[in-house]
Design a protein around this ligand. Structure first.
Ligand code: TYD
Length: 205
């Protein structure tokens, strides 16, 4: 008998949208239902990927270098973690995936979509998340949440127009791929969002 393939869920949203809070809820919800779960993140998720993360989050670099490093980290992540886990029947939840490259390097920094499409085709031509949860909030709400938390990395220090463009690109991707995206109004209370997430997860369990 062949092992049923696991499902792949990605979490997206501009910095401060609240995705980290909800990843914890989703992972407990799935574990409580007996699923084997791999919880990971991008950039990062492997020893090499975590080194690349340090570089891209803190060093200044050419826009295309940044995009290439994001996809280099992703290539390693797919080979070492995501693909083997899904093949073994485990579910994978990832804090960001390729939609973040479209939002940040594409929308935010202005890298051409043709280049991002080419990288996506190169690195994962046949794989997309089964479900992408996009936590969406107005910029002011995201900014207020960020300022209240911690020391900001290179991306988090960007200006409002960067995040406006990143948010717009996320919403464009959601409209382009409605079958896998669910946009969550992240101005709602945590409890209301958890109810919505539980219903979404029940539908695919
Ligand atoms: P984030 O996921 O927000 O982690 P933390 O909550 O620990 O800060 O940080 C990752 C940053 O990397 C975020 O600002 C978005 C950025 N990023 C890209 O620019 N492109 C990508 O392809 C990915 C995966 C992330």
């Amino acid at each position: 008998m062949t092992q049923a393939r696991g499902k792949f869920i990605s979490f997206e949203g501009i910095d401060g949208a609240g995705k980290s809070t909800h990843i914890g809820f989703v992972s407990s919800y799935l574990r409580e239902r007996g699923l084997e779960l791999v919880s990971t993140r991008e950039p990062g998720g492997t020893p090499l990927g975590e080194k690349l993360r340090e570089l891209v989050l803190h060093e200044k670099m050419h826009l295309e270098t940044e995009a290439l490093l994001m996809f280099a980290s992703r290539r390693e992540h797919l080979a070492q973690v995501i693909e083997p886990a899904l093949a073994s029947g485990a579910w994978v939840i990832s804090d960001r995936f390729t939609d973040a490259s479209f939002a940040y390097q594409g929308g935010g920094r202005g890298l051409g979509r043709d280049k991002l499409d080419a990288l996506e085709q190169w690195v994962h031509p046949d794989l997309q998340p089964d479900l992408t949860l996009l936590f969406d909030v107005p910029l002011e709400v995201a900014r207020a949440r960020l300022d209240a938390t911690r020391a900001l990395d290179k991306f988090e220090q960007e200006k409002a127009d960067f995040f406006a463009a990143a948010r717009a690109e996320y919403l464009r991707r959601a409209a382009q791929f409605p079958a896998r995206f669910r946009v969550i109004d992240s101005t709602q209370t945590i409890a209301a969002i958890q109810l919505q997430l539980a219903a979404l997860l029940d539908a695919i369990l």
